[in-house]
Design a protein around this ligand. Structure first.
Ligand code: 7PJ
Length: 323
């Protein structure tokens, strides 16, 4: 069991102590990743994620999507109002908040699982937390907005610190590293120390290698192979690889048909390599895939009583075959 006294002072970032019990306490329940990998569902609330219709229709369909993810077994629903895909144009904080706040407010009434806000802007995070969000997913690891760390500390909410090399608009232009695993680990170690120094409790910090954020195919694969290095920081590790471009580069086809299979294989591999949480579009399928990976990685899991994500489990007698 991790205790506070194992925590280093912020001035000694090289000694972050043992790997913790991966448990995340939020305002709406605890995400327990000791026996089962948590699945974070991606809920994009960007105009291009909807075909047409007014704002009301957008909010309704986004809320329905989030409700469905929770029903399918998501441990967290991650709501985002700005695309951080390579080359995406930034939107104003006001516009971003206008997209996400009504969705979070309604979702909060309709689901039990924690809601995360995917933003690097303090104004958006503040509004989203006021609307009912429970944690902050910051792809800049508290770097892009100097007010973000203080907000997270004051609110006492969990935060995801993700590695990114460069800025979203330019990050995929010939990214270079001498030692990608070492550099990403060192970056996250420094950001955890910064967060702790800003008053954020160590037990509320999740780290993420930022697959696809300033990384080429080999960088992504090296990081996925070495998630144990990130886990040595002592924080739960989140991996987001769902439908990302590098998966397509490993296939013969350029179409989108293989995105699901690739995403599921990647999620299972990430679990076996040490991930505690995966961020995905396809919640039901991923819950089923990581359940198998969990059983291989953590034999104890099979002795745990059924808990939060039981919605993804079919009745035992509906499984075909006996092996
Ligand atoms: C990630 C994210 C990720 C975290 C996005 C996409 C691009 N947040 N936000 N980790 N990716 N923590 O989903 O394809 O990998 S946006």
């Amino acid at each position: 069991m991790r205790t506070k006294r194992n925590r280093p002072e912020p001035s000694s970032p090289d000694d972050l102590g043992p790997v913790p019990e991966p448990v995340l306490a939020t305002r709406h329940g605890t995400v327990d990743m000791r026996f089962r990998t948590a699945v974070m569902g991606i809920l994009n609330v960007t105009p291009d994620s909807f075909s047409d219709g007014g704002r009301y229709a957008d909010v309704e369909s986004a809320v329905a999507g989030g409700v469905e993810m929770a029903r399918q077994g998501a441990s967290i629903v991650d709501v985002g109002g700005e695309s951080t895909r390579p080359g995406a144009a930034p939107v104003s904080a006001a516009e971003e908040l206008e997209r996400v706040a009504p969705v979070i407010r309604e979702l909060r009434r309709r689901i039990d699982v924690p809601i995360s806000i995917d933003t690097y802007k303090e104004e958006v995070a503040r509004g989203a937390l006021a609307a009912g969000a429970d944690m902050v997913n910051d792809v800049s690891a508290l770097r892009f907005d100097p007010a973000m760390a203080g907000l997270v500390a004051r609110e006492g909410v969990p935060v995801v610190l993700m590695h990114m090399k460069g800025r979203p608009r330019t990050m995929q232009i010939a990214p270079r590293y001498r030692d990608v695993v070492g550099e990403v680990t060192a970056f996250l170690r420094e950001r955890v120390a910064f967060a702790v120094g800003s008053g954020i409790a160590a037990e509320r910090i999740v780290v993420d290698p930022g697959i696809g954020f300033g990384k080429d195919l080999d960088h992504n694969l090296a990081l996925l192979r070495s998630l144990g290095a990130l886990a040595s920081l002592g924080q739960p590790v989140l991996v987001g690889l769902s439908r990302k471009a590098f998966l397509g580069r490993l296939q013969d086809t350029t179409g989108t048909e293989s995105r699901l299979a690739g995403s599921l294989a990647g999620a299972a591999a990430a679990v076996l390599a040490g991930a505690h949480m995966v961020r995905v579009h396809d919640v039901l399928e991923t819950c089923r895939a990581v359940r198998v990976a969990d059983a291989i990685r953590r034999p104890r899991e099979t002795r745990q009583p059924e808990s939060n994500s039981s919605a993804a489990a079919p009745p035992a007698d509906s499984m075909e075959g006996s092996q």
